[in-house]
Design a protein around this ligand. Structure first.
Ligand SMILES: N[C@@H](CCC(=O)N[C@@H](CS)C(=O)NCC(=O)O)C(=O)O
Length: 362
């Protein structure tokens, strides 16, 4: 019996899981996350309405794309999407966090400010595939409203929008230069970093029609990378670059992450530490308040989710556990990246664990 992936074409993290499972050559069946599937399967198993969810053929249920990926990385022999060398591995882990937890900002902005009507239809077609187009639109408006409602709390507003667009266009330009030479971030094999980026860069920024038009016009090589990622021609193929090389073309991408996301993550970590002192026995909330961020010189405020810290913790723990020689290689590499000092000195006072579909203090 094949594994079952409960997912949807319009969903950011579904795109990440699907692209990975296809490259890894996993036998699975994708099941659309309709209203009935949420009610009868997802909510009873996971406790909240979220996709993607994977039912493994042994009866286990896995939620969170990183956990889905790590399950197969641990159980399927053959090529891995985790590079084995320090600079590449660190780059890949950092860019997973950047894609998963930061590029959600441009993804949500372009979806809701350029594709709103279209995406209501998509929400409706997902929730009730057998309903009429008109019914789907009505259902989609209702379901989509709560997602659209995330925009202001993600820091998307008239003051920040020009900066969010300028930053996204600069990122596209940097990635377009990179993909002129390399098929994936670190060579001819996709890494966990590619899977972090594909979430926002596929469903919202490529597949939503008005966003896709922008990407194809400004950065056709990024669009071609998206197509390579989601339409897998040769599972389990390719190699990472030899000699632990991280192409120079990725430095501006890492610097953008260090400049925009890393100070925000440190603010989130500080807020989490204060929150956990004040609420020693409470369950972790999805956000521990609002924190400031700066994009292209413009300051905004957005919700500060501990989950983003759990993602960053993966990179931090990898970096801090390196043996002496690898650690100095990583340090030398980080010293070439503007803004990376915040990462090197990151103060994560409250380590986190993600267990039984819940994030908690470790
Ligand atoms: N970090 C998770 C995120 C899953 C997620 O946020 N999925 C979105 C759809 S793309 C969702 O269902 N959001 C609703 C919610 O979390 O309440 C993952 O990698 O799977």
């Amino acid at each position: 019996m094949a594994h079952k992936l409960y997912a949807a074409p319009l969903s950011l993290y579904s795109g990440k899981a699907r692209a990975y499972l296809d490259w890894k050559g996993i036998d699975y069946e994708e099941i659309l996350s309709t209203g009935a599937v949420y009610k009868d399967i997802i909510i009873p198993k996971v406790g909240r309405p979220v996709i993607p969810v994977l039912d493994i053929d042994d009866g286990q249920t896995i939620q969170d794309t990183t956990c889905i990926i790590d399950h197969f990385e641990a159980t399927v022999v053959g090529p891995s999407i985790y590079p084995g060398t320090p600079k590449q591995r660190l780059t890949a882990l950092l860019l997973e966090t950047y894609g998963d937890e930061w590029l959600v900002i441009p993804a949500m902005h372009y979806r809701w400010n350029y594709n709103e009507e279209w995406v209501y239809g998509e929400f409706g077609a997902t929730a009730a595939p057998d309903a009429s187009k008109q019914e789907q639109l009505a259902i989609g408006r209702e379901r989509g409203a709560s997602f659209k409602g995330f925009c202001p709390i993600l820091g998307i507003n008239p003051k920040t929008i020009p900066a969010i667009e300028a930053s996204y266009e600069a990122l596209l330009a940097d990635l377009d230069t990179h993909f002129a030479v390399h098929d994936y971030l670190l060579g001819s094999r996709p890494s966990i970093g590619d899977y972090g980026l594909i979430g926002p860069l596929y469903a919202h920024l490529y597949r939503d029609p008005a966003s896709g038009e922008i990407m194809k016009r400004l950065a056709p090589r990024v669009a071609a990378w998206v197509e390579r990622m989601v339409d897998v021609k040769a599972p389990l193929s390719g190699e990472f670059l030899p000699g632990d090389e991280v192409p120079q073309t990725l430095i501006p991408v890492l610097e953008r992450m260090m400049g925009e996301q890393m100070p925000f993550l440190q603010a989130t970590a500080d807020m989490l530490a204060a929150w956990s002192m004040a609420n020693p026995d409470a369950e972790l909330p999805r956000a521990v308040g609002m924190a400031a961020f700066t994009v292209e010189g413009i300051e905004g405020q957005r919700i500060a989710p501990p989950f983003s810290l759990w993602m960053l913790q993966r990179a931090l723990e990898y970096y801090r556990q390196l043996e002496v020689a690898d650690k100095s290689t990583a340090d030398e590499f980080l010293s070439t990246i503007n803004g990376a000092l915040v990462f090197r000195n990151f103060a994560m006072k409250r380590p986190l664990a993600f267990k039984n579909f819940k994030l908690g203090l470790r």
